[in-house]
Design a protein around this ligand. Sequence first.
Ligand code: ADP
Ligand code: ZN
Ligand code: MG
Length: 491
Amino acid sequence: MATTAQPSIAAHPKFEPVIGLEVHVQLLTASKIFCSCSTRFGALPNTNVCPVCLGMPGALPVLNKKAVEFATLAAMALNCRINENSIFARKNYFYPDLPKGYQISQYDKPLAEHGYIEIPAASGKKKIGITRVHLEEDAGKSLHEGFPDSDEKTAIDLNRTGVPLIEIVSEPDIASPDEAYEYLTRLKEIILYTGVSDCNMEEGSLRADANVSVRSRGQKELGTKTEIKNVNSFRFIREALEYEIARQIDVIESGGKITQETRLYNANEGKTYGMRSKEQAHDYRYFPEPDLLPLVVDEKWKAEIARALPELPEARRARLIKDYGITEYDAQVLTVSKSLADQFEEAAKAAKNPKRVANLVQGELMGRLKAKGIAIEQSPISMRGVAASADLVESGTISGKMLKDLYDLSFERSKDFAVIYEEEGRPQQSTDTSALLQIIDEILAANPKQLEQYRAGKKTMLGFFVGQVMKASRGQASPQLVNELLTKKLG
Ligand code: ADP
Ligand code: ZN
Ligand code: MG
């Protein structure tokens, strides 16, 4: 939802927070970035490996073209400038899940720079700068838990080494935990629309690290930052930032100093803990990767990649509002994923009245989904089903009441609208005048008191009679027709 970001911790009178986010996104290529091993998640440990991704001496990396295309596409969607030449670099460090002793990344010449995304803010829209988007390989995974004999063991799974990642680094433009939350939400939405990643946080396809410092209000220079790592939901990142900002202010106000360090967030306690002092860039001894040529993305290739750029969420919402006369809220709901937005548009275009399709989504579908705790993408009634039902109401074949009943059946039986409509024998609202006239006579005869009131001038009684007739017809009558016939009869 486009909620307006508002600081949920009361703005501190003396200090303001500064936040910059580093987001790693795993690219959906079939094979790894420098070898042909599969990237499939959930394979048996250490089965998707080869000499290259195991870091065997002498094995040579070969760059995956698809990874470059996906990274470039994402960078374009984030409004970045693509560097025609970029350089792979070795980032040297020791870790048990990094067999080579270095990670191939990009350093001073990244693939893309100078981007931004827009987030909703108290003052309308706010641009958050994106410093860079670069390509790199993932490391393996250390597994510390689940050993039957001892918890002190660690196992290493190298299936993930060499899986392609992009790192998206923001400028320190983010001014509150809520803005950080908005930034991450928008960023994920944009990446999902490009289709280059599934952004699945549980599987580690999207990982965000938050850098945060505080400074006196009005001060230009940035304060010393800490980095909060390995937080596995956007909500927890917001909480972690709130805690960390308050902690830093406390330290400074009581005369202490912030140490630059990496901290971990414990979601159960709602607190961050110091983990290790943060390495400086020079600790990594970056140098150009000698086994790879400079990466060249020339104008021609860039243009080819740009053709895969979809209409992005913000632009799409604006257009849906304009083209289909739907509300901002409808547009938010209908664009939660590109596939849903595509389905809606396809259905709305085919329907007699697109606005009715949107209304039914909001008026009849969303409430039922919410009551059952189902996401709209898992709805038993597809967008096509909503469009079909909208047409039936539009043509007067079924009444609104009948539509509601049919929707209820769809949810009960987990079947799409068209299936239910067939199963129910293609019901139609009754336009059989003589049958209705008979019902009307019965109702009037059965309610002499109300009839008297009506005749005495209480015209609102008409509604009562319409209701009674509708009920007697078990919702099958056309309310419009009932109204007409009753008015004639009573008049
Ligand atoms: P490092 O060398 O520690 O990785 P970078 O300069 O590469 O630091 O920045 C990493 C991230 O931290 C970026 O998103 C950047 O915007 C943010 N950042 C840098 N300095 C600060 C600071 N003083 N306070 C908050 N965030 C910062
Ligand atoms: Zn491999
Ligand atoms: Mg950095």
